[in-house]
Design a protein around this ligand. Structure first.
Ligand SMILES: [Zn+2]
Ligand SMILES: [Zn+2]
Length: 183
């Protein structure tokens, strides 16, 4: 098996199937890590990845690199864009890999699309930019830097995620409205 096939297998095992997004995510990871002089076949503990979409490609990135939300090495920015930024937290080097949207041809068969995506030249798939990412201390892996209690709901808030409105400390749920309602 080629390295690409091995990595694709990893992504497939985690995601459940091989869809176009999994192939894209696998190739994004290969491109991003290569630009940081990292080997995608090995876990790199200095790698932090910002993903800009919560779709299939993100699972491939997570499965191959081993970055996770729980380790604070996977960051989600909810932009709905097929892009990810790979950061070497040691050297500060960072590279953003963004998919070039496909125009024209409308293939229906997922498998055919996935197969094609596996072989087209990388330069047809992505734009790759060198970027700078300032990761605040409260976003870094490690012990929580700061703890507060919400003055409205009383729940604890870690990592400086509280909202301070003229001295009133609240969680974002209480400050901005909730995604749930208690039944
Ligand atoms: Zn999928
Ligand atoms: Zn609250």
């Amino acid at each position: 098996m080629s390295d690409f096939e091995t990595l694709l297998e990893k992504a497939k095992a985690f995601h459940g199937d091989v869809c176009p997004g999994i192939v894209m995510g696998t190739r994004m990871t290969i491109a991003g890590m290569r630009e940081l002089s990292m080997n995608p076949m090995e876990k790199n503990h200095d790698l932090i990845v910002y993903v800009e979409i919560d779709r299939c490609a993100t699972d491939a990135i997570q499965a191959i690199t081993g970055v996770t939300l729980g380790h604070r090495t996977l960051k989600h920015r909810d932009y709905g864009k097929f892009a990810a930024t790979f950061v070497d937290s040691k050297s500060g080097k960072a590279v953003r890999v963004a998919a070039i949207p496909k125009k024209g041809e409308q293939e229906q068969d997922f498998r055919a699309i996935a197969q094609k995506l596996a072989t087209v030249p990388e330069s047809d798939l992505f734009t790759i930019q060198k970027v700078r990412v300032n990761i605040p201390d409260e976003d870094m892996p490690g012990l929580p830097t700061h703890k507060e209690f919400c003055s409205t709901c009383g729940e604890q808030i870690l990592d400086s995620r509280e909202v301070n409105t003229n001295g009133l400390i609240q969680c974002k749920d209480c400050a901005f409205g909730s995604y749930y309602s208690v039944t």
